[in-house]
Design a binder for this molecule. Structure first.
Ligand code: PMP
Length: 299
């Protein structure tokens, strides 16, 4: 079945979902996006994702032509149009059609696209065995450049990091900031556990403040871990008891090796396993209901 895509207020067939080559999202990466996930007929952390989208928009001075409430409804409508219970939803808002210069004032109307589909980054086996990742030469752009807290359409920094990870034969890269502290991965936030402490880089370290990062911190607190947002280096990762990544697409995934150094016992740690289990339980049982009348859908 062809996917149904939301484009500027209309839900159309995938083949008819088209954006102009003069759109500044295409010409300059001028725009923002969100990646959201639905589990079991509910959209997980929808309000938080919408809030982050509007903060990104405000920062780059892009006026989204929908209220947050209308955006929520447009997202739900797009999922319904695709009859999905479990979904990965991509919301893209670009500056819109302009001329070949980069002045955003020439773009009169932002382009709004919503895609509801599926995503699978890693095989289940890797959630059980853990990832072997590397650090790479490209540094995360700092908050004084394009602030990584803006989920912008300009992902070249992350893509360069991913290319370097690919060259090293690794499934993911840990990106350091310009001072050499661990920032995040190409599409995930990073955590280490030392004793009863869970540590993740602070929000000003050059990271996207992940929504699943907050979920993992909440779960860790409930497990009795002492949660800290603190800078750390490769040394701390090599010598941690446990390490894992969080992100909407990857969910919670263990890391068992970094730059050839085994982390902890070289297998997913006890807290990481508990956090994965609890994350799945929460994700499958909370969120905004997609089909309010309990209509049964096939996923
Ligand atoms: N960092 C980057 C660079 C990302 O692209 C993502 C994915 N959105 C994350 C972290 C994790 O954020 P979230 O938990 O909101 O998906």
């Amino acid at each position: 079945m062809s996917r149904k895509i939301y484009v500027n207020g209309c839900i159309v067939d995938e083949k008819d979902a088209k954006v102009s080559v003069f759109d500044h999202g295409y010409l300059y990466g001028d725009g923002i996006f969100e990646g959201i996930r639905a589990y079991n007929g509910r959209v997980f952390k929808l309000k938080e994702h919408i809030e982050r989208l509007y903060k990104s928009a405000k920062t780059i001075m892009l006026e989204i032509p929908l209220t947050p409430e209308e955006m929520e409804e447009a997202i739900l409508e797009t999922i319904r149009a695709n009859n999905l219970m479990d979904a990965y939803i991509r919301v893209v808002i670009s500056r819109g059609v302009g001329d070949l210069g980069l002045d955003p004032r020439k773009c009169k109307k932002p382009t709004v696209v919503i895609i509801a589909s599926k995503i699978k980054l890693y095989d289940q086996e890797l959630y059980e065995k853990g990832l072997k990742v590397v650090t790479i030469p490209t540094r995360r752009n700092g908050p004084e450049m394009v602030n990584p807290r803006v989920k912008s359409l300009n992902y070249l920094n992350n893509i360069m990091a991913r290319i370097e990870a690919n060259l090293a034969g690794a499934p993911e890269a840990i990106i350091l900031n310009d001072e050499g502290y661990v920032a995040e991965c190409t599409g995930d936030n990073i955590f280490i556990i030392e004793g009863d402490e869970l540590i993740t880089p602070p929000k000003y370290a050059g990271i996207l403040r992940g929504i699943k990062r907050d979920v993992a911190m909440e779960i860790a607190r409930d497990l009795g871990l002492n949660v800290k947002e603190e800078l750390f280096t490769r040394y701390d990762v090599f010598n941690a008891d446990e390490c894992f990544l969080t992100g909407t697409a990857a969910e919670v995934i263990p890391v068992i090796e970094v730059d050839g150094r085994q982390v902890g016992e070289g297998k997913p740690g006890k807290y990481t396993k508990k956090i994965i289990e609890e994350f799945r339980r929460i994700a499958n049982s909370t969120g905004v209901t997609i089909y309010p009348k309990n209509e049964v859908r096939v996923s």
